[in-house]
Design a protein around this ligand. Sequence first.
Ligand code: ATP
Ligand code: MG
Length: 236
Amino acid sequence: MPAELTSFVGRSGELADVQRLLGQARLLTLVGPGGVGKSRLALRAATEAATDFPDGVRLAELSGLKGPYLLPGVVAEALGLPSRAGKSPIDSVIEHVADGELLIILDTCEHLVDACALLANLLLSQAPRLKILTTSRQALDIPGEYVLSVTPLGLPEGDAGGDALELFEQRAAVAVPGLRLTDSQRRTAAALCRRLDGIPMAIELTAVRLRPCHWNNWRRGSTTVSRSSTAGGKRR
Ligand SMILES: Nc1ncnc2c1ncn2[C@@H]1O[C@H](COP(=O)(O)OP(=O)(O)OP(=O)(O)O)[C@@H](O)[C@H]1O
Ligand SMILES: [Mg+2]
């Protein structure tokens, strides 16, 4: 499992939900729109659940996978299986997981949803103690699948900052070391988080693009941040 490169914010309720559902389900899919935090939640939850899987937790990252026929090979690689002449990757995977008590994460399934559904079905039927956690913008839709919808981070309301604002502040503090928001800047940041619908990916992209000069403008009393400082595009 890869180590986390950035701080993790909130999601205590969702982490508890994933733990509980992994206790019941053999296939759990985290579903939600792009950038909402499915992968981050899956990796954090799987790390926390690792002791429940004596034969390990393995991650197969599928976002760069171009075709369904490559899927068994990527899963075999995630399991650390060497390619063997005369043996197909899918046979190697089945042989490896058949008696194991392990968790496989299939991260980013939506572009290969049928292939992932077929593979999950096959592996779960051949390996009675295997569990699979997937992330996808759409459910795999196979019998026995539990689906958990991942929603955006909590938005600021009144004086309560919410996890969206916490993420914004943490990422902004990396982009502008030593940054401490004034109350007025915090209100503006809160408005930005609401405008970005609490989507972590959008919040991160916005926060890391802000430069000290933007914060100085805010300090002078501006209550909005210009589109050029919040929209995508080239970093300045
Ligand atoms: N709870 C969180 N704490 C800190 N950062 C987060 C959190 N959730 C998401 N992020 C960050 O937001 C970005 C998007 O999250 P993530 O990749 O998990 O979204 P996703 O739903 O899997 O997106 P996609 O549909 O594109 O696969 C990542 O950079 C991730 O590190
Ligand atoms: Mg993802």
